[in-house]
Design a protein around this ligand. Structure first.
Ligand code: SAM
Ligand code: DTB
Ligand code: SF4
Length: 325
């Protein structure tokens, strides 16, 4: 069923994948100006460069997660001060979605701190998807690993996108997560694609990975066939209590380069400037938009950590002459 993708997982050094990785590394090695010029040219060929799409996130089930993702404040085993909260009532979710729409978001993404949904978890989420969709918003869920049939249930309820990230390159993955394998992630992505859902799949940088690993992540994303419609690039939000707190911060130039390389190798995907914007200056964000980012998370909160104020983002968009997409 998922032969092509499993092949990449099992043999990341296969020729096509290696070529993509080398290409990514060559791009990273260009001078900043040459790389940005190239990325912006690709961006211009495929998108209206004055449009940036806005998605609002809501954590519908928070904390207490059994997984050990080293970056995540919601893993039960780390003491991060995140307060556990069971599944939110439907009305609260609908109210948050309505507010997001009023503020100008076009997509509403519901995230749950699960390894994956149990059958009894999924039923109430399907109701949320139906209700949010009926408000005229695009819908997205990120609920962890899906079992056979669950992606189809989500699709039937009106889900547009499923977010499931590869997080990092296969060779760095074991440093970050031990409770699920890279192949498990690829299998969920395959189920999502198989159900006809749009794929939102990206990763995190600033995990202490090498440039090679950043190139490897982008090559892995770019070798998904078809490529994901949406590619979130997260800059690690360091949360005290997680194993990755205290990691050396990625220099901003390297972050902008990562956006540019993603834009060039995933020319038709929406590239989302995702977590990490609160710690990023506005000029650096503007460079990311020039380099090809054309989507953001919009709203004061990501899942458990902060994101820039809506008013600030609106002012930045006005200053940059961006229209909503
Ligand atoms: N529990 C589900 C899962 O992991 O599949 C869904 C929610 S999970 C929080 C979604 C993604 O958020 C992760 O895969 C990771 O890429 C990103 N993420 C989580 N914590 C982060 C952090 N501290 N900084 C940046 N990105 C983070
Ligand atoms: C994604 O790639 N980034 C978002 C979304 N998909 C679900 C999550 C970022 C989480 C940042 C840490 C937090 O707020 O808990
Ligand atoms: Fe759990 Fe998702 Fe956080 Fe991993 S990233 S600990 S699966 S909530």
């Amino acid at each position: 069923m998922d032969t092509a993708i499993t092949f990449h997982a099992a043999a990341p050094a296969d020729a096509a994948h290696q070529a993509l990785r080398n290409r990514a590394l060559e791009l990273y090695a260009l001078s900043f100006n040459d790389l940005l010029f190239m990325a912006h040219t690709v961006h211009r060929e495929h998108f209206d460069t004055a449009r940036v799409q806005r998605s609002t996130l809501l954590s519908i089930k928070t904390g207490g997660c059994p997984e050990d993702c080293g970056y995540c404040p919601q893993a039960a085993r780390y003491h991060t001060g995140v307060e556990e909260q069971g599944l939110l009532p439907l009305d609260d979710v609908v109210a948050a979605a309505r507010l997001a729409k009023e503020h100008g978001a076009t997509r509403f993404c519901m995230g749950a701190a699960w390894r994956g949904p149990k059958a009894r978890d999924l039923a109430p989420v399907l109701d949320m998807v139906r209700e949010v969709k009926s408000l005229g918003l695009e819908t997205c869920c990120t609920l962890g690993m899906l079992k056979d049939g669950q992606a189809q249930q989500l699709k039937d309820a009106g889900l547009d996108y499923y977010n499931h990230n590869l997080d990092t390159a296969p060779e760095h993955y074991g440093e970050i997560v031990s409770t699920r394998e890279y192949g498990d992630r690829l299998a969920t992505l395959e189920r999502v694609r198989g159900a006809g859902l749009k794929v939102c799949c990206g990763g995190i940088v600033g995990l202490g990975e090498s440039r090679e690993a950043r190139a490897g992540l982008i090559a892995q994303l770019a070798s998904l066939d078809p490529q994901p419609e949406s590619v979130p690039i997260n800059d690690l939000v360091q949360v005290e209590g997680t194993p990755l707190a205290g990691t050396e911060k990625l220099p901003w130039v390297e972050f902008v380069r990562t956006i540019a390389v993603a834009r060039i190798l995933l020319p038709r995907s929406m590239v989302r400037l995702s977590a990490g914007r609160s710690a990023m200056s506005e000029p650096v964000q503007a460079l990311c938009f020039f380099a090809g980012a054309n989507s953001i998370f919009y709203g004061e909160k990501l899942l458990t950590t902060g994101n820039p104020d809506v008013k600030r983002d609106d002012a930045l968009f006005t200053a940059l002459g961006f229209a909503p997409a």
